[in-house]
Design a protein around this ligand. Structure first.
Ligand SMILES: [Zn+2]
Length: 446
């Protein structure tokens, strides 16, 4: 890769906006940052350049459900029926096409790394493909084609509920590996096959306390420890899940994860919406991270998580678009503060700088890319230029407040991932018409 210098009209450096910044890049890393630099004509990035956004929680195939799940007033059953219908129809070829378009949409939104919480492993009826990781590899190829880094959080999913019932007939059969040991053997194979890819990390996930029995959780956690890999888990998203866990195990989902060795610095609890004070103390003591997905949580009517208490703790606080009701990390970021305002009837609780950090550095770290998410010498050369003179942002200035509270994904003009220009002037370099690619990919599904 050739050496390049990008000139930023304004850049977000160490928590503040700095004007006229030259960022030199070599082999995908930042090699120098010069402030007060004269413009370099060939690589001008106007507006405010921020580090790469991280989408720490994605289910790529849920993108096919967007808006369709709002029909019939968008009941829970509309959502569930369509989700299983889509899960039942995907083949590795179709999933690659769909995920490529979805990850390209993410690239256009300034996302440079995605955490794919991947549980659609097997063929119809749970039959293994000739290569049992064919679905995972379709996602690896999709991320590569879309130009984003991928943390493939390969998800262990063993049963249908806390009552211990086996996987249901139908699409759910496609999720299961029988045992956590069976899961680990398959994921070892995936890791061996893709570990040479510089932009891919294979991580682990426990689907939820519903889908993995406590006796099997430790095997997944041990796999993540052995491989120094991120470990993610859906937790405490809805009160029904918490109530059922208390009824069956006499403790909350967080306590169950704690008692089975799942909490810790490498772990991210996704949602973490309904937590007790003891849960929050456990998360802090173990430095367990959380990933809030506010646009999905409000779409599904989940509730509002304890953001300020978790932000005050030692764990990472990241953001994800989860079901992709929208793909816009600025919207996820501002929702954390705006939800707090509605709940408390009070303003100014979480700063724009803190929210921007959640959308960038914390998310990249939670996905196993600790050297990304900041414009820093030696770090990943991820640069995202946001237009500060668009219809939405005009007059707000080159500030973190304008980016977090007014910008949308459509205001991202240029995206550089590991030194490669993936989006130029609002167009994806590899996939010129992402909207058309989405229409065609989703048209195959529904
Ligand atoms: Zn999810």
């Amino acid at each position: 890769m050739t050496d390049e210098t990008f000139w930023c009209e304004n850049a977000w450096l160490d928590g503040e906006v700095v004007q006229s910044v030259a960022v030199s890049v070599s082999d995908g890393r930042i090699t120098a940052i010069e402030t007060g630099a004269p413009p370099v004509a060939s690589r001008l990035l106007n507006g405010l350049v921020i580090p790469g956004l991280a989408n720490a929680h994605s289910h790529a195939f849920h993108r096919a459900l967007r808006s369709r799940t709002q029909r019939d007033r968008g009941s829970f059953w509309t959502w569930r029926k369509l989700m299983y219908q889509t899960a039942g129809q995907l083949t590795p070829e179709r999933y690659r096409v769909l995920a490529t378009a979805v990850y390209a949409e993410m690239a256009l939104a300034g996302i440079t790394a995605v955490g794919e919480f991947h549980y659609l492993h097997h063929d119809v009826g749970g039959r293994r493909y000739a290569d049992p990781n064919e679905m995972g590899k379709a996602l690896v190829a999709a991320a590569s084609d879309a130009g984003v880094r991928l943390t493939l959080l390969d998800t262990c999913y063993l049963r249908s509920g806390l009552d211990g019932a086996p996987l249901a007939e139908g699409p759910q059969q496609r999720f299961g590996d029988g045992t956590a040991t069976g899961w680990a053997e398959r994921v070892d194979g995936l890791r061996r096959d893709v570990e040479s890819e510089a932009q891919v990390i294979v991580g682990a996930a426990i689907h939820s306390v519903r889908a993995v029995p406590p006796s099997e959780m430790g095997i997944v956690a041990a796999w993540a420890d052995t491989h120094d890999a991120p470990l993610h888990v859906h937790s405490s998203e809805q009160t029904a899940e918490v109530d059922e866990c208390v009824a069956v195990h006499n403790c909350t989902p967080t306590a169950l994860l704690r008692d089975n060795g799942v909490l810790g610095r490498r772990t991210t609890a996704v949602h973490a919406t309904h937590l007790t004070d003891e849960d929050i103390a456990d998360m802090d003591r173990t430095a367990t991270g959380v990933c809030f997905c506010p646009t999905t949580e409000r779409d599904l009517g989940d509730g509002i998580g304890p953001a300020t208490a978790l932000l005050a703790g030692r764990g990472l606080f990241s953001l994800g678009s989860d079901s992709h009701a929208v793909i816009d990390l600025f919207e996820e970021a501002r929702a954390v503060e705006l939800d707090e305002r509605l709940a408390r009837r009070e303003r100014g609780i979480i700063s724009a700088a803190t929210l921007l950090d959640a959308a960038t550095a914390a998310g990249q770290h939670a996905l196993g890319w600790p050297d990304a998410g900041a414009l820093r010498v030696g770090g990943h050369a991820d640069l995202v230029a946001v237009d500060t003179r668009s219809i939405r942002t005009a007059g707000g200035g080159a500030t973190a407040e304008n980016i977090v509270f007014a910008a949308s994904a459509a205001d991202v003009t240029d995206v550089i991932v590991d030194g490669r220009h993936v989006v130029t002037e609002g167009r994806h370099v590899g996939l010129p018409d992402v909207g058309d690619a989405l229409v065609r990919a989703i048209g195959c599904q529904l």
